[in-house]
Design a protein around this ligand. Structure first.
Ligand SMILES: [Zn+2]
Ligand SMILES: [Zn+2]
Length: 401
């Protein structure tokens, strides 16, 4: 593997930064301390910064040479509202908050790249180091765009990276096209008419109607959607009633829909509404149908992906880059950046899900994202940082003299 000596020399400091951020996790739009750490390091290294986009966002700006070319590299900074069960020295000091998705590591890797890019790298153009808040459901990427990220920082392409447990350390995974799903939620209120449970003839039973709707919805997946297009419709909540001898007035159905394209999402949302309304009407009930779209599908640009694959192959060897990795039904708000700019989002292997890399004192659970026993693999810090640097040096290669 071809890593940069100065980055390897910085590994101890990057680990210390990563573990400090891990110990002090902050939730969506509350990443004030984390943003201060990032801003302080960038400033200490002589890198100009732009602060305040999406509350806590920080953008480092490194310009070399005279070219107008520019690319963005993105790390997310936020943690999750969950309890960490690890007991090691860098475990979270805040009850109920945890860096369970490795954004502490993403932030540290991009800081490592920033240091090298500023001090050593040869390139001609501008690199924007985007430290974004609120990836975990808060839409921090979208908000940075809404507050002028791409106007203040004009760039031709943008790149992202996420650690991935289950992919071995030293390997990368990526695919062109859809790589992460759209994430959407629904909340449907079925309004019937309650009665004594022994006198159902006096009721319009919302429980029966809700069950019929849930059953009928699955035919959208099996009968309406092209079977070659992946999609998930999961009903995860049905709430109704308070007593065994009372038919309730209403019932509530909630859940999630995941798709890899907006066309399939349009179809599913429309059909769910039609099915719910017509099934309810058949039984004399009514529905209030609420469908909320969260993150869109993450679509990697084909050319940018081919470019990123080439950079990774040069670094770790072709045998360590899976250019057709299996897409994930998880969602990621980097998708918004990729709706606006061409670019590519990659998985960097975090090691096995057993967590062989974890420090002593880790929890007994698996080392999976969003698990209380998870920890970011510090061995990735120089690997991820080197990938960022190589990407920049290749994308903004100086013209031959
Ligand atoms: Zn996450
Ligand atoms: Zn994440």
């Amino acid at each position: 593997m071809k890593l940069f000596d100065p980055i390897l020399g910085l590994s101890a400091e990057l680990q210390q930064i990563r573990r400090d951020i891990h110990a002090h996790p902050e939730l969506c739009y509350e990443e004030h301390r984390t943003a201060d750490v990032v801003a302080q390091k960038l400033t200490e290294w002589g890198i100009p910064i732009l602060r305040g986009l999406a509350v806590t966002g920080v953008v480092g700006i490194i310009k070399k040479g005279s070219s107008e070319r520019a690319i963005g590299l993105r790390a997310d900074m936020d943690a999750l509202p969950m309890q960490e069960v690890n007991q090691f020295a860098h475990a979270s000091v805040y009850p109920g908050k945890m860096h369970g998705c490795g954004h502490d590591g993403h932030t540290a890797m991009l800081l490592g790249a920033a240091h090298y890019l500023q001090q050593h790298a040869r390139f001609d153009g501008t690199v924007y180091l985007i430290f974004q808040p609120a990836e975990e459901g808060g839409g921090g990427a979208r908000r940075m765009m809404a507050e002028g990220l791409f106007e203040k920082c004009p760039m031709q392409a943008v790149y992202g990276m996420h650690n991935w447990p289950g992919i071995a350390q030293g390997k990368f995974g990526v695919c062109a096209g859809p790589m992460m799903a759209s994430s959407n939620e629904f909340d449907v209120l079925v309004e019937g008419k309650g009665s004594h449970a022994a006198q159902p003839q006096n009721s319009i039973d919302p429980v029966q109607v809700a069950v019929q709707i849930v059953q009928a919805w699955q035919t959208i997946i099996s009968r309406n959607k092209n079977p070659l297009e992946a999609a998930v419709l999961s009903v995860t909540q049905i709430h109704a009633g308070s007593a065994t001898n009372v038919i309730p007035d209403d019932a509530r159905i909630g859940g999630t829909v995941r798709t890899f394209s907006l066309e399939v999402l349009d179809l599913i949302e429309q059909r769910m509404g039609e099915v719910a309304e017509h099934v309810a009407r058949a039984f004399g009930a009514t529905v209030q149908f609420r469908f909320k779209r969260n993150y869109p599908p993450l679509i990697n640009d084909a050319a940018a992906t081919a470019f990123a694959v080439g950079v990774m192959q040069q670094m770790v060897g072709a045998e360590n880059v899976d250019a057709n990795t299996e897409p994930s039904m998880g969602a990621e708000d980097f998708a918004y950046f990729l709706q606006a700019k061409p670019g590519c989002y990659v998985f960097i292997g975090n090691g096995d899900a057993v967590g062989a890399h974890r420090a002593a004192g880790h929890g007994l659970g698996p080392c999976n994202l969003h698990n209380g026993s998870y920890d970011f693999n510090d061995e990735l810090l120089p690997i991820g940082a080197s990938y960022w640097v190589r990407l920049v040096e290749a994308a903004l290669e100086p013209a031959a003299a």
